[in-house]
Design a protein around this ligand. Structure first.
Ligand SMILES: [Zn+2]
Ligand SMILES: [Zn+2]
Length: 277
């Protein structure tokens, strides 16, 4: 494999001829494309094969008859949520981040609880959605993808001594200062949507119990906070019984947001695992 690849890198380029045809019929467009290897170059060594797909010779404006019409139904599935790898690939494509910043970007959005990891995929939290909504509404320029990419290109230039950082920061601050002042005066306060547990508060018997997100993760508190100060740790039943003591199994999270399973009878029972028993 290595020998073949090494030799193939030294070989001539392969040359392909491609053509495509667009046929119009009463506003509907039908497309066909052809591909033909003209010269196989390095393919001869690497062993890659290209199926030639040759279109018949056609003239512009030529009338064609359909010999057969097949109707096929296809369904596309929605895009999956980002994983670490697909998020980094997408950032890279947009020109955001550098190899040294991908890991801190991911740890930061998890540590600030803007996203949760669910089976390896990022899921925005209600705090994350509220934050995003506020920032994109009030700071559209900074939150746009090109801004981040341009800022990083600028920083690269500063690092290479090709740009004066004072000028760069001055240009940035000039417009940002105005936006900031404007938001301080005019923006509405953010309401983070809370999820109800469907239970009543055991202390005041009036409020509903809601799930809030704090510094140390999710917890249950009374909807009448700050009038009622009831709080309790959140118990997320995982649908299994503890193999050690038989109590309800619960979902827990590590500091970095990774899901694991434990026993609701903790700390009396110390059973824990990455997988459900
Ligand atoms: Zn209460
Ligand atoms: Zn247990």
């Amino acid at each position: 494999m290595i020998w073949k690849r090494a030799v193939a890198t030294q070989a001539a380029h392969a040359r392909l001829e491609s053509n495509s045809v667009e046929l119009m019929n009463k506003g509907a467009m039908f497309k066909a494309s052809g591909l033909r290897v003209v010269f196989d170059g390095f393919y001869r060594i690497s062993g890659e094969k290209h199926e030639d797909q040759v279109l018949p010779e056609l003239k512009i404006g030529e009338k064609l008859k359909a010999l057969k019409i097949n109707i096929t139904e296809t369904e596309t599935s929605p895009m999956p949520r980002y994983s670490d790898a697909s998020l980094v690939a997408s950032l890279e494509k947009q020109g955001i981040g550098r190899p040294s910043t991908y890991a801190p970007i991911i740890t930061t959005i998890i540590a600030r609880q803007y996203v949760e990891k669910d089976e390896g995929r990022f899921k925005p939290t209600s705090l994350g959605m509220a934050t995003n909504e506020f920032l994109t509404k009030n700071f559209p320029k900074i939150l746009s993808l090109p801004f981040t990419a341009e800022m990083e290109t600028g920083l690269d230039k500063v690092a290479l001594g090709k740009m004066d950082w004072r000028k760069m920061m001055k240009d940035f601050w000039k417009t940002f200062k105005i936006d900031l002042k404007n938001v301080e005066v005019n923006a509405d306060r953010v309401k983070v949507q809370v999820e109800s547990t469907g239970e009543k508060c055991p202390t005041c018997k009036e409020g509903d119990l809601v799930i809030r997100v704090g510094k140390f993760g999710k917890f249950v508190s009374c909807s009448r906070f700050p009038d009622c100060k009831y709080t309790a740790p959140l118990r997320e039943n995982a649908g299994f019984l503890c193999p050690l003591c038989g109590n309800e199994g619960v979902v827990k999270r590590t500091k970095s947001g990774k899901k694991f399973f434990g026993c609701s009878n903790y700390p009396a029972c110390k059973w824990a695992g990455w997988k459900k028993p």
